[in-house]
Ligand binder design. Sequence first.
Ligand code: NDP
Ligand code: 8X3
Length: 248
Amino acid sequence: MPKTILITGATAGFGEACARRFAAEGWQLILTGRRAERLEALQAELGEAVRQVIALDVRDREAVHAQLAGLSDIDVLLNNAGLALGLEPAWEVDLDDWETMVDTNVKGVMYCTRAILPGMVERNCGHVINIGSTAGSWPYPGGNVYGGTKAFVQQFSRNLRTDLLGTRVRVTEIDPGMAESEFSQVRFKGDDESAAKVYAGAEALSPADIAEAVFFVANLPGHVNVNAMELMCIDQAWGPLAVHRKEG
Ligand code: NDP
Ligand code: 8X3
């Protein structure tokens, strides 16, 4: 019996790469995202591996419940849909951008998890895989609320595990560093030049690298729970703590 993975944000980047990786290994896919035409194109490409496509905005609490809560046989929920908007300092930021990030990266993860988890607990089997970020652990200028939303993903993942102790439902948080996808085009609102600069001269992680990590944790024996996995490309590491010094 093939297993089923439900992927949020399957229309680009990590989610799309995960769709391809899991399909290649015989998994059934339920693919979601807002851009219906991309979901349909992926369905046409991957054929029978795609059980269903659902055009869905994860910020829409009622729609998430209506579309997902009836899916009681999901083996893996991949909470991947998310975004960063802007890199401005906190005092200059557009408050709408902060709200969009909270609504997507925090509330979207809550809504999808709450819709799918009862079926997993009922069947005493399943795996919630949440895509966090190095930004949830390591601050950087302009990361402000994006980093905050990913810190939520980290702590939510840990707390889910404690709620689920005694069941066979696993929870994993995967924290990538810089990875080249549409992420920076979204962050810089279509400014392709600024987006390209993020990756210039470095060999960033690819969506396929992240899909490999997701596939690995999902296919370990059922008693093995990877709590968290942080990945960076070889060209990225931490800098020293910043010190502001007076001139002269
Ligand atoms: P992409 O921009 O390439 O893909 C983002 C996906 O999220 C798209 O499929 C998009 O679909 C979906 N999405 C965004 N908003 C919504 C929404 N409101 N409802 C439903 N789907 C939505 O970025 P990545 O693949 O890089 O990002 C995937 C995840 O990984 C995000 O959570 C991101 O924060 C995280 N991440 C990214 C890193 C990077 O450097 N790229 C590093 C660490 C973490 P659509 O627009 O069709 O709705
Ligand atoms: C995406 C990685 O460093 O741009 O989460 O925040 S970073």
